[in-house]
Design a protein around this ligand. Structure first.
Ligand code: NAG
Ligand code: NAG
Ligand code: NAG
Ligand code: NAG
Ligand code: NAG
Ligand code: NAG
Length: 697
C-alpha cells in the first residue's frame, strides 16, 4: 500500500492525477422484525411494524491511504446507538485486531422513522417500544458488521471525486419562527432557511469501474408518516435503491449488486420533506406560526406533501434526490474535484454535562458556564409538524404501556439547579437525574472527525439544525486553515452518528423552545460546546497530535429489560396449510394496476429472512422456467402481515403495483416464511399463486 502512495505521488507530480486510495464498498441487510415492534422515531407507542415496504440496508465504505484507514457506514436506521457502535467495533476488533476501532469507524443513521425500535441502550429511547428488542439489535449489528466485512474484502485502488450542487425543492424548514430568531446579519449570508446543498463522493477504481457514491443532503426521513406500519427506508432509502438499480441493472435484486449508493443524513434537525408545509387538518388554514398549533392543539397541525399520499411523497422526494445525485455522478471525472491528500481521523469521548464554555454575560462579561445534565422540555412532548406529540408521557402513568408503567415510578421533580441550567426551557423530564433501572440518557458521547484529503466528515451525535450545522462547518473550515490545512478544505456533517443525543440548535433558536430546542439535551450552550470540541478534533488532525480517549461510555446490554412478548406458536386456519394461497390474484392485469394475493402465514419474527425475502414476483421465461424479478425490498412490492381472529393464526397480504413498462407475459407471486410449532420448533414454508397475465389493454 505504501508503494501505491508513492506511485500516486509520482503520477500526481507529472499529470496532476488525484490521490489513489484503497477503497472498498459493501452492502448488507439490516431489516429487523417486521411484526409487532414499535417503529423508532415518532416517539409514539404506535404503530407497530406489520410488514415491509422496502428493506433496510447498511452501506459501508472503507478508505485507506496506505497509512490510515477510515470506515464510513450509512445505515437505514433512525439513529445509531452507543450499544450498536460498541458492539460492531467489538466484533471488528475480534476479527481484524489493530485495523478497526471506535476511532476510525463512523456509523451514521439515515434517520428513517419506519424501522423497528428497541435497539437503543438508554431508557428514554426505548419506552415506546416496551423496552429492549434483541432481534432489532441483532439484525442491525449483524448487518452493519457484514457490510463492513464485505467492504474490507473488496478494497482496491480507486480515486474519489467530490461534487456539490443544489437541490431546491426537496426540503423545507419546519420551525421557521425558530430560524428567524438567529441574528439578521447571519441569516443574510444565506438565501434559504434550510441547506439546499447536496454533496457527493464518487468512488471510481483506477481501472475505471464505478464502485459507489456517498451522498449527503439535509432532510428528515419522515415522508412516511406516523400512521405507517410498513418497514421502510423512506425517501433516502428509495434514492439509494434507484441509484444502485441504475448502475447495477434491473436484473440485480436490491442489496445484491456490487455498486453501492448511500444517501446519508446531515444537519436535518429542522428540515422536513413534507414540502407542502403544515396546515390545520380541520380548517385547512395555516397553523399558528410560532407554536405550530391549530386552536391550541399540536395534533391538528400536520405537514403534508408533495405527493397524493405518503408513499407517493416518499417516491417524489426520493426521486428528486436520486436525479440530482445522478446528474452529479454522470459528469465526466475531469469535471469533478478529486480528493487529494491523506486519510486521518480524530475521536474523543466527552462527558457533556461536565463541559464548560465561555460566554459573554450581559452583566458579568466573559463568564465560564457548565453544560447541564440531560433533560427534555415540554416542547419535546408536543412533537412537531412531521409528527405531533403522542409521547405517552402526556398521558402520565395511566397509559397502557407496560414499560412506561414500570419506569415511571423512577420519575423525580427536576431539581432547581437543573431547571436553572436549562432555562428558558421548562423541564418536563430531568432524565439526567434518573438512574433507575439504569441510565435514561447519555452523559458521555462520542465526537468524531474523519479527513479524506480536502474533505472533513464531522460525525455528530444527533440532529443539528440548519444554522447549527452551518456554524459547525464554518468553524471547522477556519480551524483547519488556521492550523495548516489546505485552502480548499470543506466539511460535511454526518448526522445521527455513533450515539443519539436528540437535537442541537443555536443558542438563539433555543430561546424559542420549539420542538427541536425543547429536545436539546445539555442546555442552551450545547452547540457552543460542540463547536469547541470539533475544533479541537480539527486541530488534532492538522497538527497531527494525539488526543486522550476521554471517559469510556457505559455499555448497558446486561441491564436491559424486555417486555415485548415472543411468538408463542403459529397455527394454520382450519383446513389449510401454511403457505396456502387463500386469495388468488385476478388472472389478468394491466400495467399500473395492482396485483394482490393472500397466504396463510406464520409470524415474521420466527425468521427475519435476512438477506432473503418474504415474497417474490416471477416472470415466466421462454423455456418455461421462472425468473425472480421482484423481492420484498422493491418499492413497487408490499408485504403486509396481519393476525386473524383465530388463536395463533395470521395472513400475509402481498401486493405488486405492476410498472408501466412491464413486458406482457405470464407472472406469479410467492410467499416465504416460517411457522413456530407448539414445541417451539421453527419450520420453513412457502407457497405460490396461480400464474396471471400482464397484458396491454
Ligand atoms: C488486540 O491486540 C492487542 C495487542 O496485540 C491485544 O492486547 C488485544 O487483546 C487484542 N484484542 C483482541 C480483541 O483480540
Ligand atoms: C390558547 O391558549 C392560550 C394560553 O393558554 C389562551 O390565552 C388562548 O386564548 C387560547 N387560544 C385559543 C384559540 O383557544
Ligand atoms: C399520513 O399519510 C396518509 C396518506 O398516506 C394520510 O391519510 C394521513 O392523514 C397522514 N397522517 C398523518 C398523521 O400525517
Ligand atoms: C469534569 O471536569 C473537571 C475539570 O474540568 C475534571 O477534573 C473532571 O475529571 C471531569 N469529570 C469527568 C467525569 O470527566
Ligand atoms: C401508467 O401510468 C403512467 C403514469 O401515471 C401513465 O403515464 C401511463 O400512461 C400509464 N400506462 C397505462 C398502460 O395505463
Ligand atoms: C418450498 O417448500 C418446498 C416444500 O417444503 C421445498 O421443497 C422447497 O425447497 C421450498 N422452496 C424454497 C424456494 O424455499
Amino acid at each position: 500500500m505504501k508503494l501505491l502512495i508513492v506511485i500516486a505521488i509520482v503520477i500526481h507530480a507529472c499529470f496532476a492525477d488525484p490521490t489513489i486510495y484503497d477503497v472498498g464498498v459493501g452492502i448488507a441487510d439490516i431489516t429487523g422484525p417486521a411484526a409487532d415492534i414499535n417503529t423508532m422515531g415518532y416517539a409514539s407507542p404506535s404503530p407497530l411494524t406489520s410488514g415491509i415496504h422496502t428493506r433496510l440496508y447498511s452501506r459501508a465504505f472503507v478508505i485507506d491511504d496506505g497509512n490510515n484507514r477510515v470506515v464510513f457506514v450509512s445505515a437505514d436506521v433512525c439513529m445509531i446507538d452507543q450499544a450498536v457502535k460498541t458492539e460492531v467495533v467489538k466484533r471488528l476488533e475480534a476479527k481484524y485486531n489493530g485495523t478497526y476501532s471506535a476511532k476510525n469507524v463512523v456509523l451514521s443513521g439515515t434517520h428513517t422513522h419506519s424501522g423497528p425500535g428497541g435497539y437503543l441502550q438508554y431508557v428514554l429511547l426505548i419506552i415506546t417500544s416496551k423496552g429492549w428488542v434483541q432481534q432489532s439489535f441483532d439484525a442491525l449489528v449483524d448487518g452493519i458488521f457484514l457490510s463492513i466485512d464485505r467492504a474490507h474484502k473488496d478494497t482496491q485502488p480507486a480515486n474519489i471525486y467530490y461534487a456539490k450542487d443544489t437541490l431546491i425543492d426537496a426540503n423545507i424548514n419546519r420551525s421557521p419562527s425558530s430560524y428567524l430568531n438567529n441574528p439578521a446579519p447571519e441569516r443574510a449570508k444565506y438565501t434559504y432557511n434550510t441547506d439546499k446543498d447536496m454533496v457527493q463522493l464518487k468512488f471510481v477504481s483506477t481501472d475505471g469501474q464505478p464502485l459507489g457514491v456517498i451522498n449527503w443532503y439535509a432532510v428528515h426521513l419522515t415522508s412516511m408518516n406516523k400512521t405507517n406500519q410498513y418497514i421502510s427506508s423512506d425517501n433516502k432509502g428509495y434514492a439509494g435503491l434507484l441509484f444502485e438499480g441504475a448502475v447495477n441493472g434491473a436484473e440485480i435484486m436490491p442489496g445484491k449488486g456490487p455498486f453501492v449508493a448511500a444517501f446519508a443524513s446531515s444537519n436535518l434537525g429542522d428540515v422536513s420533506p413534507n414540502t407542502m408545509g403544515a396546515r390545520c387538518i380541520d380548517t385547512g388554514l395555516p397553523c399558528d406560526f410560532v407554536s405550530s398549533t391549530c386552536n391550541n392543539r399540536s395534533q391538528l397541525c400536520i405537514a403534508f406533501g408533495p405527493g397524493k399520499d405518503m408513499v407517493d411523497s416518499t417516491r417524489i422526494i426520493g426521486e428528486k434526490q436520486f436525479q440530482k445525485a445522478w446528474s452529479m455522478y454522470e459528469k465526466d471525472n475531469s469535471e469533478l474535484e478529486p480528493l487529494e491528500g491523506p486519510v486521518q481521523f480524530a475521536h474523543q469521548y466527552v462527558d457533556m454535562p461536565n463541559c464548560s464554555v465561555e460566554i459573554q454575560d450581559a452583566v458579568n462579561g466573559p463568564t465560564t458556564v457548565k453544560l447541564c445534565t440531560p433533560a427534555l422540555g415540554y416542547a419535546f412532548a408536543a412533537g412537531c409538524v412531521d409528527g405531533a406529540g403522542a409521547f405517552d408521557f402526556t398521558q402520565g402513568t395511566t397509559s397502557g404501556n407496560d414499560f412506561w408503567n414500570l419506569v415511571s415510578t423512577a420519575l423525580v421533580e427536576p431539581s432547581e439547579e437543573v431547571q436553572k441550567c436549562h432555562a428558558p426551557k421548562p423541564v418536563l423530564l430531568s432524565t439526567g437525574e434518573l438512574s433507575w433501572p439504569y441510565a435514561w440518557h447519555p452523559n458521555i458521547v462520542e465526537t468524531q472527525l474523519l479527513r479524506i484529503g480536502q474533505l472533513m466528515i464531522a460525525a455528530v451525535p444527533g440532529e443539528f439544525t440548519t444554522m447549527a450545522g452551518r456554524r459547525l462547518r464554518e468553524a471547522l473550515n477556519s480551524e483547519a486553515i488556521n492550523n495548516g490545512g489546505p485552502s480548499n478544505i470543506k466539511t460535511v456533517i454526518a448526522g445521527l452518528s455513533n450515539v443519539y443525543t436528540h437535537y442541537v440548535t443555536t443558542f438563539e433558536e433555543y430561546q424559542m423552545q420549539r420542538y427541536e430546542a425543547g429536545s436539546v439535551l445539555y442546555g442552551p450552550h450545547t452547540l457552543s460546546a460542540h463547536l469547541n470540541q470539533y475544533k479541537k478534533l480539527t486541530r488534532s488532525i492538522f497538527k497531527d497530535e494525539d488526543l486522550e480517549s476521554g471517559p469510556t461510555p457505559p455499555f448497558l446490554l446486561d441491564s436491559q429489560i424486555s417486555l415485548v412478548p415472543g411468538v408463542v406458536f403459529d397455527r394454520p386456519a382450519f383446513g389449510h396449510e401454511f403457505g396456502d394461497c387463500i386469495v388468488q390474484p385476478y388472472p389478468f392485469v394491466r400495467p399500473n394496476e395492482t396485483v394482490t394475493a393472500t397466504f396463510v402465514a406464520g409470524h415474521p419474527r420466527n425468521n427475519l429472512m435476512t438477506e432473503m425475502t418474504f415474497m417474490t414476483v416471477e416472470a415466466k421465461q421462454e423455456d418455461g422456467s421462472w425468473k425472480v424479478i421482484r423481492t420484498d425490498a422493491h418499492f413497487d412490492t408490499f408485504f403486509f402481515w396481519e393476525r386473524t381472529s383465530g388463536v395463533g393464526q395470521s395472513e400475509a397480504h402481498l401486493r405488486w403495483i405492476v410498472p408501466a413498462d412491464t413486458p406482457e407475459g405470464e407472472y406469479r407471486i410467492s410467499h416465504f416464511g416460517h411457522y413456530k410449532n407448539i414445541d417451539a420448533t421453527i419450520v420453513s414454508y412457502n407457497g405460490t399463486t396461480q400464474s396471471f397475465k400482464v397484458g396491454a389493454v
